[in-house]
Design a protein around this ligand. Structure first.
Ligand SMILES: Nc1ncnc2c1ncn2[C@@H]1O[C@H](COP(=O)(O)OP(=O)(O)O)[C@@H](O)[C@H]1O
Ligand SMILES: [Mg+2]
Length: 319
């Protein structure tokens, strides 16, 4: 068990932190409570000097004070090969900036634990990763072609969901209902008029009961919460007004976890959020999964502690 660690969190600016909701804040606070040092930086503060990753970081002091949850010390430059762990917590989308961040942190391979593994992040797309497990998913088509999308919609009974493959927080997701005069426009919008692929899924009516978020640490479940959509929306995301309820893991969830865990481990995707609707896997969140505070509160156990504990016990770095 390693103590007194220095953990660098590469994240979004701290002015967006919501004290009782933010997962990154909770992880940093837990690190601090366990006697570790939590450093803050954004992707813009990370660079390479003669091939060595460095960052301009600011030591963070965390407190459950909505007015000043994260107090930052003056910037200092740190050689990232000298810290104990780098935790990538930048929110999606996975864009060019995100790609370059992973390519810079790639240089820490063999030197510093980086989670999630930069190569794993590059390889995974949060929507497409689920397609490694077609048997666990609802019927799904990935295509930019409107004719194919409409044929698929018919094939699955006339009701589907279309989502941008690089979307997050429910943004840009539409229900496609046969006969609805908005279908063509929705397909054009999400596929950028046929220039980019979209994910189209059979509509799962169980979504009305909620979208289950299961957080995994090293393939083991930390717990689960249910995000229930507002009556007037398809989307369950907290960001668009979904409410959070307690829930438990059922047999279907266990089957999904067992099936995905080995692959996640091989890809270095340690801290991951699975989205499960009606016992079907719909999304594998790997960039900056959220929900840990709600999970700890509703489940009555400290999920953050298990994440930091894992970093403490992890002796080896990314292979
Ligand atoms: N196949 C589906 N059937 C019904 N609702 C869905 C389906 N896929 C997604 N949704 C709804 O859209 C929301 C967001 O979908 P998701 O795939 O998790 O993308 P993201 O959370 O990245 O925006 C879900 O929480 C759910 O409410
Ligand atoms: Mg989701």
């Amino acid at each position: 068990m390693r103590s007194g660690l220095r953990i660098v969190f590469v994240m979004d600016p701290v002015d967006t932190v919501i004290v009782d909701e933010d997962t990154t804040f909770a992880l940093m606070l837990e690190a601090q409570n366990r006697g570790h040092r939590a450093d803050f930086c954004t992707y813009r503060n990370v660079g390479l000097k003669d091939g060595r990753p460095f960052a301009s970081v600011r030591r963070a002091t965390l407190q459950r004070d909505p007015d000043a949850p994260v107090v930052l010390a003056d910037p200092e430059t740190v050689d990232l090969a000298e810290v104990d762990a780098v935790f990538i917590r930048k929110d999606p989308p996975f864009d060019a900036d995100y790609l370059w961040l992973t390519l810079i942190l790639e240089r820490l391979r063999g030197a510093t634990l980086v989670l999630n593994d930069p190569r794993g992040l590059r390889d995974a797309n949060e929507k497409l990763y689920a397609c490694h497990f077609p048997a666990l998913m609802p019927p799904t088509l990935v295509s930019a072609d409107a004719t194919a999308i409409k044929a698929f919609m018919e094939e699955v009974g006339g009701k589907a969901v279309i989502k941008p493959v690089d979307g997050h927080g429910g943004a840009g997701i539409f229900a496609l209902v046969e006969g609805d005069k908005n279908v063509n426009a929705a397909i054009e919008t999400v596929t950028a008029e046929g220039r980019r692929v979209a994910m189209v899924q059979a509509y799962l009516p169980e979504v009305a009961l909620g979208d289950k978020r299961i957080l995994l640490m090293a393939g083991a479940p930390l717990g689960a919460i249910l995000r229930v959509p507002r009556g007037d929306d398809l989307r369950s995301n907290i960001h668009v007004g979904g409410t959070v309820e307690a829930t438990a893991l059922d047999a279907a969830d266990q089957r999904i976890i067992e099936a995905v865990a080995p692959r996640l481990g091989a890809d270095g995707l340690h801290f991951v959020g699975l989205d499960v609707i009606g016992g079907r896997l719909t999304e594998v969140n790997v960039t900056s999964p959220t929900g840990i505070q709600q999970m700890s509160r509703l489940g009555g156990s400290n999920c953050e502690a298990r994440v930091i504990e894992w970093i403490e016990t992890r002796e080896s770095v990314n292979p």
